[in-house]
Ligand binder design. Structure first.
Ligand code: ATP
Ligand code: MG
Length: 505
């Protein structure tokens, strides 16, 4: 059988970077084809070319055997290529249904938008995906990042593409939501839809993909059927070395000390309630929960982004009110946000300026850092985190997704903070760099930092945490000690129906 989609010799240059060099891949009808490679390998660039966002410098694209040229995203969609981008691109002021049906709303006999129909269709899609907690009429800006991601996926699926590209679709999803996505993929696959699936989670690749292509530094390395290979094969070919002890259990040299940060009966209406929470010196506390459990909201109230309405916070035993992020920073707190686009990175600034900017905020020592010091800080960070970039003067917004995340982490992990709060720290980061970041977090904890690590990646939670706090519906549903940390146990608390305490009010 012929290929649904094929690229031959695709090349793409950006100023100073050869993003793609002679890349040829193909996708067969009804298969899920994985694309794997390190951060900056060129995966998203290739997908943007296939979906009409970027123009290729050279090479050819074939769809069902016919050569095609896409001058804009619409032409690609018309031809049957759908894409869910790595970064959510939803219009915040429209409703859920309006987003899904943007530019193709169902109309009634008078040519007016049939809102009822639209909401019904949306409801059906949401039902199918098991996302009943999303209100079709609700405004998108009130959705969490995970819910927005679900929306993006539904939007692309609702166009019935013949090839659907998913660029790291699960990076903000919990396991349950990922499973719902996989179920949808399998269903559409039965009907003949083909997929290109990009992920840094290799276990997902083995779960959902039939075949993969590996990219490295903009070049095609090899294609393989998933049934013929194992994880070490992929890692070897994409990273060029083996990874052992990913979570650095061998590096752990610490015992938890005194309580540094504490919340007592903390609450904020419709976010979380009655939260008792302790962070000790030299301890990594993993915080797990399903979407909507209130983890990010809780962290925001710890670092002054929001104000708790009930309860108290204590810092080194003394009651504190943290009114702003600036105050939190001056107390020695650091915060890596899950939302790099809105509260992390200055996309229009250079890598160097991003690194210097946050450093400045942190040491709050007056505005002046010499050019030389700034340059050195940026070069150190690029080196330490192996950031794939043309130079420290590259705009942060032009970096690959994973490399943006590395800059964000680099900004915060360069000092030894008293308290470090990281929210989904390895979102979008490749396997090699991920173990590096774990190494840095372990180092900080070994040196005395109290770490709160929010993550939806259960393996990461279990691998890294000294203690796990599980949240559910805004409450602390349970705590798990090292020796009891199994996936089943943590999940049963996170999904537990036994804790009948309702929604915080
Ligand atoms: N608009 C742009 N301008 C300049 N350079 C770019 C641009 N887009 C991508 N690049 C560069 O091209 C290379 C490939 O980036 P790409 O986003 O395709 O990587 P990726 O494989 O998707 O990585 P990740 O896993 O981090 O998402 C990177 O070095 C990146 O910095
Ligand atoms: Mg990418």
């Amino acid at each position: 059988m012929g290929h649904v989609l094929e690229t031959r010799g695709i090349t793409k240059n950006f100023t100073g970077t050869k993003a793609l060099d002679d890349v040829s891949i193909y996708v067969e009808p009804g298969e899920v084809h994985g694309i794997v490679g390190e951060n900056g390998a060129g995966k998203s660039t290739l997908m943007k070319i296939l979906s009409g966002i970027y123009r290729k410098d050279s090479g050819e694209i074939f769809l069902n055997g016919k050569q095609v040229e896409f001058n804009n995203p619409n032409e690609a969609i018309q031809s049957g290529i759908g894409i869910v981008h790595q970064e959510v691109s939803i219009v915040p002021n429209l409703s859920v249904a309006e987003n899904i049906f943007a530019n193709r709303q169902p109309v009634n006999a008078l040519g007016l938008i049939n809102r009822k129909q639209m909401n019904q269709d949306t409801m059906a899609l949401l039902e199918e995906f098991g996302a009943r907690d999303i209100d079709p009429g609700g405004q998108v800006r009130f959705l969490t990042i995970a819910q927005q991601q679900v929306l993006e996926i539904l939007k692309a699926m609702s166009c019935n593409p013949s090839v659907l590209i998913l660029d790291e679709p699960t990076s903000s999803l919990t396991d349950n939501e990922s499973e719902a996505l996989f179920a949808s993929i399998r269903r559409l696959k039965e009907k003949g839809t083909s997929f290109i699936y990009i992920s840094h989670h290799l276990d997902e690749i083995f779960k959902i993909c039939d075949s993969i292509s590996i990219l490295k530094d903009g070049r095609f390395v090899c294609r393989a059927d998933v049934k013929d290979i194992d994880q070490p094969f992929i890692v070897r070919n994409m990273v060029g070395r083996e990874i052992t002890d990913e979570y650095g259990s061998g590096q752990k040299q610490r015992t938890a000390g005194e309580v540094i940060f504490e919340a007592r009966q903390l609450g904020r209406v419709s976010e979380f309630a009655k939260v008792d929470f302790k962070l000790r010196k030299s301890e990594i506390v993993g915080v797990f929960g399903l979407v909507g459990a209130g983890r990010t909201e809780l962290a925001s109230s710890f670092v002054g982004l929001t104000q708790p309405e009930t309860g108290e916070l204590y810092f080194e035993g003394k009651p504190v009110k943290i009114r702003s992020m600036k105050q939190a920073i001056s107390m020695g707190m650091a915060y890596v946000s899950e939302d790099r686009k809105n509260s992390g990175l200055f996309l229009k600034k250079t890598i160097r300026d991003n690194i210097v900017a946050n450093k400045l905020k942190k040491i709050a020592k007056g505005p002046f850092i010499s050019k030389k010091t700034g340059d050195r800080m940026a070069e150190d960070a690029i080196d330490r985190y192996s950031v794939a970039c043309s130079s420290k003067e590259q705009l942060a917004g032009d970096l690959s997704g994973g490399n943006q995340q590395k800059i964000l982490v680099a900004e915060w992990l360069s000092d030894v903070p008293r308290v470090l709060i990281v929210d989904e720290p390895t979102k979008g980061i490749d396997v090699g760099s991920r173990s590096q970041i774990y190494g840095f977090i372990n180092d900080l904890a070994n040196q005395g930092t109290a770490v709160m690590m929010i993550s939806s990646d259960l393996m990461e939670i279990i691998g890294m945490s000294d203690r796990v706090v599980v949240m559910k519906d805004g409450f602390v549903a349970g705590e798990v000690a090292k020796e009891d940390m199994t996936e089943e146990h943590i999940l049963s608390i996170a999904t537990g129906v036994n804790q009948e305490r309702g929604i915080p009010s």
